[in-house]
Ligand binder design. Sequence first.
Ligand code: ADP
Ligand code: MG
Length: 345
Amino acid sequence: MENRTELEQLGEFGLIDKLTAETKKYHDSTVKGVGDDAAVIDVGDKYMLVSTDMLLEGIHFNLMYTPLMHLGYKAAIVNFSDIYAMNGDVTQITVSIAVSNRFSVEAIEEIYKGIHKACELYQVDLVGGDTTSSTGGLIISITAIGEVAKNEIVMRDGAKENDLIVVSGDLGGAFMGLQVLEREKEVYEANPKMQPELEGVDYILERQLKPEARKDVIHFLKELGVKPTSMIDVSDGLASELLHLCKASDLGCAIYDEKLPIDQETYNTARDFDLEASMCALNGGEDYELLFSISQNDYEKLKDNKHLTFIGHFTDKGSGTHIIDRGGQAVPITAQGWNHFTDNE
Ligand code: ADP
Ligand code: MG
């Protein structure tokens, strides 16, 4: 091979596009392959949903401040989240781990305690996996399987012009939680006798270490008779996910800075770190909230829902993708997200 392209030139999404461009489809049952939160497979009267996520020590978590039980819990949750993002229910998972002899049996059991806890709370069956040794860090890869009635499925590409853009919960907390943990790690490394300063940041630490997936949102939308027109979960950051919805639905968007749901703890901590809270909400990631669109006809049914915030609307593609700042200026949205091939993570 004569040419050498650096991974950072392509970025994560560019690489996925390149690797999967020539994917062939041999089965009619493959309804949707690469390009949504989960693959969609026709299994007769329903669609089966399949999604995989891998967590690597040193990239996605640091065991200095991540309790093993929380790690197992989070590894399961991030996978559940992708199935809910298709408006489906999670039914099974498989769990694959690679561990070195640095870990005791008890340590690995702790990870599984967390996985079992998540399975219990979300009513998911652990049905298999793989176990192997690793020369380096710990790796956990989980595949989640779910199901959805055919007429209930929601993909990234269904949004229409003027649909309202909605996000569940609040944003930026997991990112600020991570900043606090990283700061305390550095303080500890410099002086192990220092006590960590973790007062008043319980919520954002929980957002980072023990996130939840929004099964509740999927269920109450169903009860209220609202089917989103498009949906994605917020794993990489609101900006990046919005651009995915716009690209898939061939639309532009306008969202409003002042409407972004941000918890007070996130605000306060962002200020301590000299960061702008709305930038953390836009680009922080790991919120595992649901970002979706609804037809304006459904607005009344959701407008007072305390779990949801209306942040803007979809526009025609030509209008571009913008966030309207507090001065009324339209600023183009750029996806910073997490780029796994640069050194920011
Ligand atoms: P999410 O953030 O929702 O987990 P990703 O950004 O990881 O989704 O992946 C985007 C899409 O690309 C998904 O459909 C996923 O299945 C697919 N994908 C990711 N990596 C690969 C790969 N190495 N080979 C084939 N498909 C991939
Ligand atoms: Mg996703």
